[in-house]
Design a protein around this ligand. Structure first.
Ligand code: ADP
Ligand code: MG
Length: 449
């Protein structure tokens, strides 16, 4: 049978098994592109159709194809290339009549601020109340209340959003003030380039005329001595002139490894506010806000379901919501709870799959062929110390354990020992490609086994 003939027969039979609406929605624009090595390859117009076919109709399709051709053992789905347009936010866009119109925002070239982040669309709950209140105070009187203003919290909880909202608000209220937002990696790059091109003077001038300097993710300054030194001088120059400095990090200043003492004490000299995890109600409120921003709304039942599945990261919450929005655009109707459950199945499964610390320790011990109880004891033998540091590193990176939690796992070690261990591995990873591969292999054991 040719590809067309086979697919036509499959469609004819599928049609008998599912509702006309579903058939039209999920099978439109699909085709068989090849039949080779007992495998049939089916092209789909977008990622949603692909997932839906795989998850919901995969068995049915395979059964039908098998009944038509006993040699077929496997069916694979892929997304037709020309339909795959990735937008800046990483969400796939749909082509043709289903084109999704995500709002595109342009970063301002002067301030480097993204206008999409404002206070209007920043939801406040107990998890970020303090950070928000301090931010409001800073906006009213930049440079004079909390200086520096240091926000910390794990990834995806709104640090960048808040930082940029402050910047945007200052620009709005004080048209004469120079505001600049810069991620710390970019700041580092600028320092390095300026030194290389002998442009340190203009670098200094540029940074010293800023009224509000916002540096995101300063944990990446760890170990970058030259950058830290430059930043220290910039910091002092601005601070003395009552210019506002705003910083964010994934941890408090005292936990940033290899940060020079003088910079650390500068970071600690103003206001430090943390952002923790939003509770269920706040997660629902965030979903509602985001949905309305996208010009849509869903039932409370659906919001509550999404908010209960995605708990640890607001960015993921938004990703989940986008799936529902896309579904709605394609089908012209809001997904109900049942549909939402199918659309978010992948996330639900992943959420349940959180890796256990025990698993990490096992995998490391196994990989280096040492006993797990030696790994967590206090032997200083070289062949134990290194795997131990790698285990600490993995507990931090993969399990997201706090340093003191990890310390406890290793017979009550101090959190500074853990930070030292993680930092050592981090540093070595930059230099030693072999170690990266080694760790990758361990990760595979953790996740596959
Ligand atoms: P971080 O910088 O902490 O990693 P981001 O600021 O990038 O996190 O936030 C991730 C996503 O979540 C962004 O799209 C942001 O708009 C959204 N977000 C975070 N916190 C809030 C909030 N309180 N209200 C509304 N949206 C939020
Ligand atoms: Mg960020």
């Amino acid at each position: 049978m040719t590809n067309e003939e086979l697919w036509e027969s499959v469609l004819a039979q599928t049609q008998l098994n599912i509702s006309p609406a579903n058939f039209a929605t999920w099978f439109k624009g699909t085709k068989i592109t090849s039949q080779k090595n007992n495998q049939v390859i089916i092209s789909t117009p977008n990622s949603f159709a692909k997932e839906w076919l795989e998850q919901k109709y995969g068995k049915l399709i395979l059964k039908i194809i098998y009944s038509l051709d006993n040699n077929v053992k496997d069916v694979k789905y892929f997304i037709e290339k020309q339909n795959l347009k990735i937008l800046r936010n990483g969400q796939p866009a749909l082509s043709e009549d289903n084109q999704l119109e995500f709002q595109e925002f342009k970063t301002d070239s002067e301030t480097n601020l993204n206008p999409r982040y404002t206070f209007e669309n920043f939801v406040v709950g107990s998890f970020n109340e303090l950070a928000n209140a301090a931010a409001q105070a800073v906006v009213k009187n930049p440079g004079f209340v909390y200086n520096p203003f240091f926000i910390y919290g794990v990834v995806g909880l709104g640090k960048t959003h808040l930082l940029e909202a402050i910047g945007n608000e200052v620009v709005k209220n004080f048209s004469k003030k120079t505001v600049r937002y810069i991620p710390s990696e970019k700041f580092t790059q600028e320092v390095v380039t300026s030194i290389r091109n002998h442009e340190m003077e203009s670098f200094k001038l540029k940074y010293r005329e800023i009224d509000v300097l916002i540096i995101d993710d300063v944990q990446f300054l760890a170990g970058k001595e030259k950058t830290q030194e430059e930043f220290f001088h910039t910091f002092n120059a601005l601070y003395e002139k009552n210019k506002q400095i705003i910083l964010s990090s994934d941890r408090p200043p005292k936990s940033i490894p290899s940060l020079t003492e003088r910079l650390r004490s500068r970071f600690e000299g103003g206001m430090i506010a943390d952002i923790s995890l939003p509770d269920l109600e706040t997660r629902m409120a965030i979903l509602k806000t985001k949905a309305r921003e996208k010009g849509t709304d869903f039932s409370d039942e659906v919001y509550s379901f999404v908010a209960s599945v995605v708990q640890r990261n607001i960015r993921e919450l938004e990703g989940a919501l986008n799936r529902l929005v896309v579904y709605q655009k394609i089908n012209n109707r809001a997904p109900d709870l049942g549909v939402a459950e199918v659309l978010l199945r992948k996330i639900t499964v992943n959420a349940r799959k959180q890796v256990a610390p025990k698993k990490i320790l096992q995998a490391v011990a196994e990989f280096y062929d040492i006993k797990e109880k030696d790994l967590v004891a206090s032997s200083r033998k070289k062949e134990i110390v290194r795997p131990r540091q790698i285990a600490m590193y993995l507990l931090r990176e993969e399990f997201k354990g706090s340093y003191s939690f990890i310390g406890r796992k290793f017979g009550g070690k101090d959190h500074t020992t853990v930070i030292y261990g993680c930092e050592k591995i981090n540093k070595e990873l930059e230099l030693n490609k072999g170690l990266g591969e080694e760790i990758e292999l361990i990760k595979q054991r953790i996740y596959v086994g």
